[in-house]
Design a protein around this ligand. Structure first.
Ligand SMILES: *Cc1c(COP(=O)(O)O)cnc(C)c1O
Length: 353
């Protein structure tokens, strides 16, 4: 540690869900999509590999930003693209939150937020959720430094209505409100429409979940060009080329295949509904999900023990050792076949416990 900077010393890195290089493990632990990306992605990447990999990519990523803007009903100047939405979020913490003003986020939420706050020395308050795990919008009114929350929230899977989000934005006229919409394609509606109305709103999305491109690392933000400019300045102070050529053309092909997104998202939502019914039949309490995962708890079984026993049978789900949710398990929705297999193994475990 002798040679470490203060930033390196105070960092407490995020720990992602386990990744094993073992194809016999069923991964239901990091909310990846069980379906491959749009076939157009592979075509676009092949062509780019053959033609242009010896050249630097575009530092402004205009072609992809234009494509995103068109799909999202906005302008290129309102779009920022990053190396995964995690990078977009990091730049947003650095570019839009301040070390002198306290921000707020839910106490049960995406655990990367406190990591960024510590790294960039942003003071924060963690606001407890209601007893049913919903967000009380009034808790986020009149903050000193801004708000960040995922919608739907993770890991609870619960969607907060746009009316409530709009109330939060209206009651924070002088601070930035960031809505992290990693799972929005599985939910009723996006807050992107509100970015035309509120210049302090930044909506962050990713290609990792609904568009089946977790391995390509592309995320983006939509907001007023003033907010986008702040993110661009931070990015250009780190690295001109955060998005490589394959990611640019692959993400563009995925963004433009709206029919494929609709089809795969619909399938996952059907499988989610079926899996929820099956879990409830077995006595699990399932929170109402607007995502590609379920957050569940059983009154008679210990969540961590079920997680361990599933893991021993080569099925990975996510368990959080965190007060208030210690007994819950987060289960990613796979294909119908995967969920059937999951339930067979779960039944075996429950009979023996
Ligand atoms: C998965 C996830 C992200 C990160 O996505 P990447 O684009 O893969 O970096 C961000 N926020 C939430 C809430 C997520 O679940």
């Amino acid at each position: 540690m002798k040679y470490w900077s203060e930033a390196a010393k105070r960092s407490t890195p995020y720990v992602p869900g386990e990744q094993f290089n073992d194809p016999t493990i069923m991964k239901l632990n990091t909310n990846e999509n069980p379906y491959p990306p749009s076939p157009n992605v592979q075509e676009a990447i092949k062509q780019e590999m053959n033609e242009a990999l010896h050249l630097y990519p575009s530092p402004t990523v205009d072609s992809l930003r234009e494509s995103i803007a068109k799909q999202e009903g906005t302008e290129k100047e309102s779009v920022f693209v990053g190396n995964g939405s995690d990078e977009v979020l990091a730049f947003a913490f650095m570019g839009l939150f301040s070390p002198t003003r306290t921000i707020r986020f839910p106490a049960i939420t995406y655990s990367f937020y406190p990591v960024y706050a510590n790294l960039f020395q942003i003071p924060y308050e963690e606001i407890p959720l209601m007893n049913n795990f919903t967000i009380d919008e009034k808790d986020f009114f009149h903050t000193k430094g801004g708000v960040i929350l995922p919608n739907p929230n993770a890991p609870t899977s619960i969607f907060t209505s746009l009316e409530k989000l709009e109330a939060i934005i209206q009651h924070n006229p002088d601070n930035v409100v960031i809505i992290d919409e990693a799972y929005i394609d599985f939910a009723p509606e996006s807050a992107v429409t509100l970015t035309h109305k509120y210049e302090q709103l930044l909506v962050v999305k990713t290609f990792s979940k609904s568009r089946s491109l977790a391995g390509l690392r592309v995320g983006y933000a939509i907001g007023h060009p003033n907010l986008i400019e702040a993110l661009t300045r931070i990015k250009d102070s780190f690295n001109s080329y955060t998005i490589d050529r394959l990611a640019i053309v692959g993400a563009k092909a995925a963004m433009e295949d709206a029919a494929y997104l609709k089809e795969t998202t619909w399938k996952i939502i059907q499988t989610r509904k079926w899996t929820q019914e099956q879990m409830e039949k077995r006595g699990f309490h399932v929170l109402p999900s607007a995502t590609n995962f379920l957050f569940v708890q059983h009154p008679d079984y210990n969540g961590e023990q079920l997680y361990e026993r599933l893991k021993a049978k080569k099925i990975l789900i996510r368990h959080f050792r965190k007060s208030g949710i210690e007994n819950y398990m987060r289960i990613t929705i796979g294909t119908d076949k995967m969920m059937q297999q999951f339930l067979i193994v779960l039944d075996e475990i429950m009979q023996k416990t």
